[in-house]
Ligand binder design. Sequence first.
Ligand code: UDP
Ligand code: MG
Length: 320
Amino acid sequence: MLISIVVPCYDEEEIIARFHEHVTRELGHIAADFELVYVDDGSRDRTLELLQERAAADPRVRYVSFSRNFGKEAAMLAGLRHAAGDAVVLMDADLQHPPRLVGRMLELHAEGWDQVVARRTRDGDRVTRTLLARGYYRVINRLVDVELVDGVGDFRLLSRRAVDAVLELTEYNRFSKGIFAWVGFPTTTFEYRNEGRDSGRSKWTLRKLFDYGLDGLLSFNDKPLRLALHLGLVLVGTASLYAAWIVGDALVNGVDTPGYVTLLVAVTALAGVQMVMLGVIGEYVGRIYYEVKRRPHFLVKAANTGAPRTRPSPGEFSRR
Ligand code: UDP
Ligand code: MG
């Protein structure tokens, strides 16, 4: 049985050597046949050269390098496409996903689980980030069609059929947390203690996290559109009642003094609401725009892997 470890790397020159050593040592103990699929996501540092050196020295190393930074989602997709394993483990390059847990994953996989998910605790995270995350998951799970779990990231093992299923989903906007949940198959979760990044730094800024959060919200449901509709209806209803009341009042008591405050508030509030609605619709239209263009998710600059196991989706031109 061949195990593939897929590792997206973006500017990871400081840690890639240590990561590689760690993983090969751990997997050596587990004594399975394995390959490492590194995806260089358009790094601006020496990551690619280091990967090429590794590949020259070790036949189990495969690498794919992008023409520019396409993001972690694209990198994971490329890794999954090029992985030949009967089981595939997705792992970050920064050693925040402890390689020793792969053994546990394989045990659980042997018991018949298609997806084995390592769920991290939030030890060591900043309190604000933890609270924000909690709140976010509470809100999002009420809205989206799939279930998302706090602390569950991309560190997981996928069986061959789960990988093939993930590769069937060729959408351009990839929110992998949702995609993995959507695919289903018997899934089990175990917990591990969160560890800080070994070196280098996280590429997540608050702004990026916020956008990612929005992606999650919008990728897996159309409820915001529904919500917009409901809110619009409620507002129209309230406005009609209010108008009726004002007209009635004027008929009975004569014309009142000018209610400019009411007017101002109503106008600004309505304008705000309309902006939000337009924004919501715009988000969906934007997504449709990207989907219909059917561009490839990434472009490959260099690789030592053969053609991807899975053919590109119709409309996607060859990336080689
Ligand atoms: N990564 C990537 N492309 C990007 C950003 C990140 O391939 O545009 C990789 C990065 O090299 C690392 C993993 O994704 O292996 C997780 O990134 P990071 O540690 O910055 O995220 P965090 O652990 O803070 O969520
Ligand atoms: Mg990290």
